[in-house]
Design a protein around this ligand. Sequence first.
Ligand code: HEC
Ligand code: HEC
Ligand code: HEC
Ligand code: HEC
Length: 436
Amino acid sequence: MKRVALAALAAFMTSVAAVPAGAAATADAASIVRGGRLYDNWSRESKERLPNHPNPAFKTKQVRVAAADTWRCSECHGWDYKGRHGVAGIRGRRNTDPAAITAVLRDANHDYTELLHESDRKDLANFIAYGQVDMQSLVETARRAKSAVPIFGKLFASACATCHGLDGDRLREIPPLGDGARQRPHEILHVILNGHPGGRMPALRTLGEDAAAKMLAYLQTLPSVNLVASIVNGGRLYDDWQIHAGGPGQALPHPAYPPKAYYANAPAMTWRCKECHGFDYKGNQGEYASGIHATGIKGIRAMAGADPEQIMGILRNGTHLYGAVLKYRDLLDLANFVSQGQTDMDAAIDPRTRLSRGDADRGAAHYRAICAGCHGLDGHFTAKRTLSREARANPWESLHKILNGHPDEAMPALRELDRKVIADILAHIQGLPERH
Ligand code: HEC
Ligand code: HEC
Ligand code: HEC
Ligand code: HEC
C-alpha cells in the first residue's frame, strides 16, 4: 500500500510539480516534515507517553482543553503559527538560527525535559525555521484554485484513497476529509504538508506549497457525512454498539450502572445505551421506569434537536466514558441519532395496551414484500423466538429495529418510509402466531 502511494507521488512530481529549492536545500526535508508532525502531536509521533497532568504553562481558564492537548505545540501556537489562547506565535522565528530555537524548547515555558529527545528538538527547530508556510494566503489560494482540482483528484485517488477511500470518508477515527478541510483548513493543510503524527501518510511538502493548497481545494470538494446513513448507524449503535462494532463486549460493568439493578452482573448489557435510556428514549419516565430494565436514569428525549457536538461532549464525559471505547465517527453517528433520529414512540404505539396504532391488514402486503424473505410468512426470528412475541412484549424495541435495522445484520432500516406504513407493519407482526 505504501509503495503504491509513493510510486504515484513520484510520478505526479515529475508530471506537474517542480521540487522547490529554498527550504529543502537549507535543512533536510525529512527533518522539517517530522518537525511538523511533532508540532502537531509530538507524543503520537515519538510514541513518548504524555504526563498525566495538564501543562502548567497552559495559563488560560477561559477555554476547556483536554489535558493531553495542553502539551501540543499546535494548541498554544496555532495552526496558522500565530499563537492561541493568549500565547504568542512562532512566525518571528522563520529563517532564524535553529540552535537558538532549540534553546527556547528548554526554557521555563517548555518543560518537556526528557519527553523530547535531542533529535526531536532539532526537527522541531528545523520546522520552525524553515517549514512554516503562510497559511492565510495558501487557504486563499485554495479558495481560488477550484479549476485545478481534477488533477489533484487523480493524485488523491492514487496516493490517498488506499487509506481514506475515494470519498475521503473511510477512516472512522476522523471526520470525513471533506468536512475537516472545510471546517479546519489551516490544520488540514498542515497535515497535507507534513503528514499526520505517528502515521505512514505521505507528506506533500516536496510537491511545493501551491500543490498542497490545491490538494486542500480538492479535499474541500469531497462529500460530507450522509446524515440518514449516520442516523441509522447511530440507531444500531444505540441498540448494541459492542455487537455492531464487533470485538469482545466490555468485561466490567459501566460505572454509571446502578450496582443493585438487574443486569449488574452482565457487564456487556450495562454498556448499551438502551439499557439506561430505554427503547422509548424516555428512561425513568417511560417503559423502563420499572421492571428488569429499570435504572432510575433519565431519558434522552430532551436532547432531540440538540447540537451533535454538544452530545458528543456528553458521550465523552466522566459519566459516560465512551471516548475511550468508540471512534470519532461512531460518536458522531450516535450524536446524530440522539439529535435527529428519535421517534415519537407514542404516535405509533399505545403505551397502555402496548399495541401498534397501525392497521395489521394494510401491513400484510408490506410485510410479505419487505420482511418475509428473511423472517418467513410466520415471522420466525431465532430458533426459539418469534417476531410476534418480541413485538408484543417490547414493541418499542421492535419499532426501533424496524426504523434503524438490527446491529451487525443486513436487516434494512425503514426510517425513510411513511410512519403510518411502519405502524401497519408493526401491527401485522404483533398479530402473527406467537409460536413456530
Ligand atoms: C502551554 C502553552 C505552550 C505550549 C504547549 C508550547 N509553547 Fe512555545 N511558548 C509558550 C509561551 C508562553 C512562549 C513565550 C511567548 C509568550 O509569552 O507568549 C512560547 C514561546 C515559544 C517560542 C519562541 C517564540 C518567539 O518568537 O520568541 C517557540 C519557538 C516555541 N514556543 C515553540 C514551541 C514548540 C515547538 C512547542 C511544542 C514542543 C511549544 N512551543 C509548546 C507556550 C507554549
Ligand atoms: C497509509 C495510510 C494513509 C495514506 C496513504 C494517507 N493517509 Fe491521511 N491519514 C491516515 C490516518 C490513519 C489518519 C488519521 C490519523 C488520526 O487518527 O488522527 C489520516 C489523517 C489525515 C488528515 C487529517 C484529518 C483530520 O481531520 O485531522 C488529512 C488532511 C489527511 N490524512 C490527508 C491525506 C492526503 C491528502 C493523503 C494523500 C496524499 C493521505 N492523507 C494519505 C492515513 C493515511
Ligand atoms: C450505565 C448507564 C448509562 C449508559 C449505558 C448510557 N448513559 Fe447516557 N446518561 C446516563 C446518566 C446517568 C445521564 C445523566 C447524568 C449526566 O449527564 O451525567 C445520562 C445522560 C445522557 C444524555 C443527556 C440527557 C439530557 O437530557 O441531559 C444523553 C444524550 C445520553 N446520556 C446519551 C447516551 C448514549 C447515546 C449512550 C450510549 C452510547 C448512553 N447515553 C449510555 C447514564 C448512561
Ligand atoms: C435481510 C434480512 C432481513 C430482512 C429483510 C428483515 N430482517 Fe428483521 N432481522 C433480521 C436479522 C438477521 C435479525 C436478528 C436475528 C437475531 O438476533 O438472531 C432481525 C431482527 C429483527 C427484529 C428484532 C427482534 C428483537 O426483538 O430482537 C425485528 C423486530 C425485525 N427483525 C423485524 C423486521 C421487519 C418488520 C422487517 C420488514 C420490514 C424485517 N425485520 C426485515 C434480518 C432481516
